[in-house]
Design a protein around this ligand. Sequence first.
Ligand code: F6R
Length: 612
Amino acid sequence: MCGIVGYLGVKDSIPIIIKGLKRLEYRGYDSAGVAVLDEGQLCTVKQAGKVKDLEAALIESPCSGRIGIAHTRWATHGEPNDVNAHPHVDQTGKIALIHNGIIENYNSLREVLKQQGVSFTSETDTEVLVQLISTIYQQDNLSFTMSVQAALQEVVGAYGIVAICADEPDTIVAARFGSPLVLGIGDGEYYIASDASPIVEYTRNVIYLDEGELVTITFTGYTIRKIAEDNIVTKEITRIDLSVEEIEKGAFPHFMLKEIYDQERTIKDTMRGRLLLSEGSAHLGGIQDYLPRIEKVRRFYITACGTSWHAGLIGKYILEEFANIPVHIEYASEFRYRKTILDGNTVVIAISQSGETADTLAAIRKAREQGALTMGICNVVGSSIARETDCGVYTHAGPEIGVASTKAFTAQVTVLLMLALLLGRRRGLSLDTGVALVNALDSIDQLVRHTLDQANKIKQVAKENQQADNFLYLGRGLNFPIALEGALKCKEISYIHAEGYPAAEMKHGPIALIDEKMPVVVIAPHDRTFDKIISNISEVKARQGRVIAITDKCCPELERISDFIIEVGEMHRIIFPIVATIPLQILAYHLAVYRGCNVDQPRNLAKSVTVE
Ligand code: F6R
């Protein structure tokens, strides 16, 4: 989704903010722009398209200045064109604003402003906000900071904003409500961004703004205040644990491929220091203090979106199986708006890579209001969901830059397995079963390595099926969510229509689609449903479908009815879904590359969905 970066310091801001925008490209966007202040003059350049198009525009219309703000926009109000791109400038030409989020009451504000003689050039909600700030600034004789603050009190919706004003050429004002902002504190230099990635190569010292906070940055320091109460707040500086290497793709052609390969290490990182081999259990420090309450609750809810929801579905299966607790799972966008029956006897688990997904955040806020205990499973340290939940577990998969989630998913499932193990052992799971699970988890990296070694074979499968218009993914039990995840990966990056189904459901409808042009990916380990899945594959084959089987080991039955077989190795059935996800990620990746798609930034998608 939209990205923000700003700089105030001794250097020319343009190279810093342009580099910052490149670091933020992964979030998904369709236009970009900058505004700088140079000796009291405001200069703005903005452009539909990519950051490289903006760079070209800056060669045509160069500008420089020690204060600069920059934005990548993911269109919500108004199509992605030059006019709707940020920054937006007020009608006096003095104030520039960039904005993430949505101003919900922008229509009524716009009408009021129009009546006061303001004319608008764009269709955006953001322009309404900058004109509102400007009107207050001109009419009420307030400082720039106070004008921004006053305008924000009239706004309904979500925002992360950064603004500059030619009349106060030593000041940046930024504020957040619903969209994250991080302040980077360097040596006489300050950075403001929607996440830490544009900041990390300059400073590790940051402050995460909390909801409803506004910061004024000048060459002599910064002041943070609450927008509503107008009181100054003192906040701790946090050291971020993120290296530049982690946000670069190195020798890999795409971040997604790098992140797929990262999994050999990241799944282990998720478990580091958490597995208790002799006790057949796990230690999860972030929920330790809440365990006496958690283990006694009557039910769990899991809420999430997209890929994280698929991890949650596996979580439901394994928590019910090992910890013997009823688990409901629900899309956060549904959970937040319907009547839910929650109380102190419920744990609501929110799963989110970014920790910023608007619907998931709203769901946990609702859960807290209803008295449930909330637990976050997040990848981004210090993210909103991580901070707003009562307790939680970080996935420690490292920064995920590719828009399609890969390593975060396997890390989420790994955390859920450890949670099921930990709660299971406290609720009657036998030591032997626990030890077997821990041993399985502990040896997973070898299986991941073995699976990654099949990449060329999977690439060949992609090559031979790249022309397909549709794919079907089938799995049973724990591997049904993997079928959903495989289908999602396929459609989001290769734009091939794909559906995931429980294998037995196929004959209740989707079987009508099968013909010789339809590749059907079947997740087929030798577990207790193997015979059933063989029957499902036979039904596909009988209709000339092309079968791509993902299995633990090859066998004559599978060979007889499959067109392609990917073998991931024999393992405990409980870790199979994690390992079997990897060939599906690789398949989607190569399908996308063969079809010439933008793998890391698929069209219309955003990495962090901070609007509902
Ligand atoms: C798909 C994908 C999305 C996200 C979803 C939730 O590859 O990445 O479906 O999983 O937008 O995002 P988070 O996990 O950040 O809450």
